[in-house]
Design a binder for this molecule. Structure first.
Ligand SMILES: [Zn+2]
Length: 150
C-alpha cells in the first residue's frame, strides 16, 4: 500500500494526472503498477487501477488476475470497480475513501447515482437502437465452437 501511495504522489508531481496510485501483487511480488495518467495520455480511462490492471495482465500474459491482490491509494470509482470485477483479483485494499476523494474534488458519487437511472433519462442519454441486427452477432457468438469463454 505504501508503494501505491508513493505512486499517487509521484504521478501527481510528474503532472501525469490526479493523485492516485495502484499496485497489483501476486504471491508477494508486485506484478503491475500504475498511477493516474489521464492528463499525460489524454485518456479519461487511465485511472491508476486501470493502468495497473493493464500492466499486470500484460506482465502475466493473461486477461485475468486470479490470485492477485489490488492495492489502491483510494477507493475505486465505478469504472475501476467494474474493471476490477472483470479482472477478478481475489481482494482489493484501499487507503483513502471515496469521501476523501470527493473532498479533494474527485466526486464520483453522481456516477453511482446514474447507474440507477433509466438509460434514456441519464445526464448522458443512452438510446437503444438496431437491437436485432446486433443480436445476430450474439447468435454467432453462441454458435462459435472455438470461442474462449471468459
Ligand atoms: Zn477509477
Amino acid at each position: 500500500m505504501r508503494k501505491a501511495i508513493t505512486l499517487a504522489k509521484e504521478g501527481m508531481e510528474a503532472e501525469k494526472g490526479g493523485p492516485f496510485g495502484c499496485v497489483i501483487v501476486k504471491d508477494g511480488k508486485i506484478i503491475g503498477k500504475g498511477s493516474n495518467s489521464v492528463l499525460k495520455n489524454n485518456d479519461p480511462t487511465a485511472h491508476a487501477e486501470v493502468v495497473a490492471i493493464r500492466d499486470a495482465c500484460k506482465n502475466l500474459g493473461h486477461f485475468q488476475l486470479e490470485g492477485c491482490e489490488v492495492y489502491t491509494s483510494c477507493e475505486p470509482c465505478p469504472m475501476c470497480l467494474g474493471a476490477i470485477f472483470w479482472a477478478r483479483p481475489s481482494k482489493v485494499f484501499y487507503a483513502c475513501t471515496k469521501e476523501d476523494a470527493a473532498d479533494a474534488g474527485f466526486d464520483d458519487d453522481f456516477i453511482y447515482e446514474e447507474i440507477k437511472v433509466d438509460p434514456a433519462d441519464r445526464k448522458i442519454p443512452m438510446l437503444n437502437g438496431m437491437r436485432e441486427a446486433s443480436q445476430k452477432i450474439f447468435e454467432l457468438w453462441k454458435e462459435k465452437e472455438d470461442k474462449k469463454v471468459y
